[in-house]
Design a protein around this ligand. Structure first.
Ligand SMILES: [Zn+2]
Length: 331
């Protein structure tokens, strides 16, 4: 066999190798391949490699199969535990249902027990039986059941505080939980890139809702104006910080520097600004500071002055560091 025909054969053989390996070629082809592999070192080593990768593939498939099976078993196991706990929780529900009917001839405090157990269920059973977005479903069912508990307790005690309590609860839970849950919420495509903005708007809305509910609850005409003024002044700083951090193209150090300076200026004067807006008389606290004298007259002023100086100084240092960094990178 000369080199030319050998090369041609090699190509044909190498094309046939996968079929030969899977044992799906004709008898004739198999014989040709087997004969060629005996003679040709090159092709037989290619065949070996092919077999090795097949072995790797098989091993990999088996391994991921085992892992998958294990994960499935774990899931089934936790669902079983979840359902069992759910059934156990049904026992007090039934006992209380009967007791309430027998003793009170009606269902009233039973609903409090039921709502309380729903809160427990949302925290214990829901994370066990849900497969995807555990945290989201747990927080959602927890929030709903807490509000339900507020409702039945309010009805049972003939209170008029349900809306105030539930709106405050939604506000508090939103502020604490939403930043962590944002990742697992499927936002509509149009606002997906504006998650932060959406959360800020949502929190601000509920903050004002709390203020409105308080207004209805205490129903004093003099409440509304100062309440809205104080709230609006107080949300300015969080909004400025959010817009600065989220929407400007500054470096991290520069953002941190500006944020600290803003906080350092804002925090010590906010109560003075609110007082000024409410009473129309300017009465600034910081000018009364005297760091050598610490008594009832100066302690507020001194603390405010220290906050101002420390935060603004650290902020300026960060700004300089940021500039330095940018300068250094350019060269
Ligand atoms: Zn060959």
């Amino acid at each position: 066999m000369n080199d030319e025909s050998m090369k041609y054969d090699c190509q044909v053989i190498q094309d046939l190798l996968p079929l030969y390996r899977d044992d799906v070629c004709s008898d004739n082809s198999r014989r040709v391949v087997e004969e060629h592999l005996k003679e040709c070192h090159n092709c037989s080593s290619i065949y070996e490699q092919l077999n090795n990768t097949v072995m790797d593939d098989k091993l990999y498939q088996e391994m991921s199969g085992v892992l998958e099976k294990h994960a499935k078993m774990e899931r089934r196991h936790s669902v079983t535990v979840g359902i069992t706990i759910g059934l156990i929780l049904m026992i007090p529900v039934i006992v209380c249902l009967i007791c309430n009917l027998v003793v009170g001839h009606a269902l009233d405090w039973f609903f409090i027990v039921l709502a309380t157990l729903l809160v427990v269920t949302s925290l214990v059973v829901v994370p066990l039986v849900t497969e995807h977005k555990k945290a989201l479903w747990t927080c959602l069912s927890f929030s709903v059941s807490v509000i339900l508990l507020l409702l039945v307790t309010c009805i049972y005690s003939r209170g008029d505080w349900f809306f105030l309590a539930s709106v405050s609860t939604i506000f508090g839970l939103s502020v604490v939980l939403l930043p962590f849950l944002a990742g697992s919420i499927s936002f509509p495509k149009s606002i997906r890139k504006q998650k932060g903005l959406f959360i800020m708007l949502w929190d601000t809305f509920w903050l004002y809702a709390v203020i409105v509910m308080c207004g209805f609850y205490i129903s004093m005409p003099s409440y509304w104006k100062p309440a809205f003024e104080i709230t609006s002044i107080s949300v300015i700083l969080p909004w400025i910080l959010f817009l600065l951090i989220r929407y400007t193209k500054l470096t991290g150090l520069t953002k941190a520097g500006i944020s600290l300076i803003l906080f350092g200026v804002f925090a010590p004067i906010i109560s003075d600004v609110i007082n000024y807006v409410l009473y129309g008389v300017p009465n600034w606290t910081i000018p009364h500071a005297d760091l050598l004298v610490w008594n009832n007259d100066t302690v507020n002023s001194n603390v405010y002055l220290l906050i101002l100086v420390v935060f603004v100084t650290v902020g300026i240092v960060l700004l300089i560091a940021g500039e330095w960094n940018r300068h250094g990178k350019r060269h």
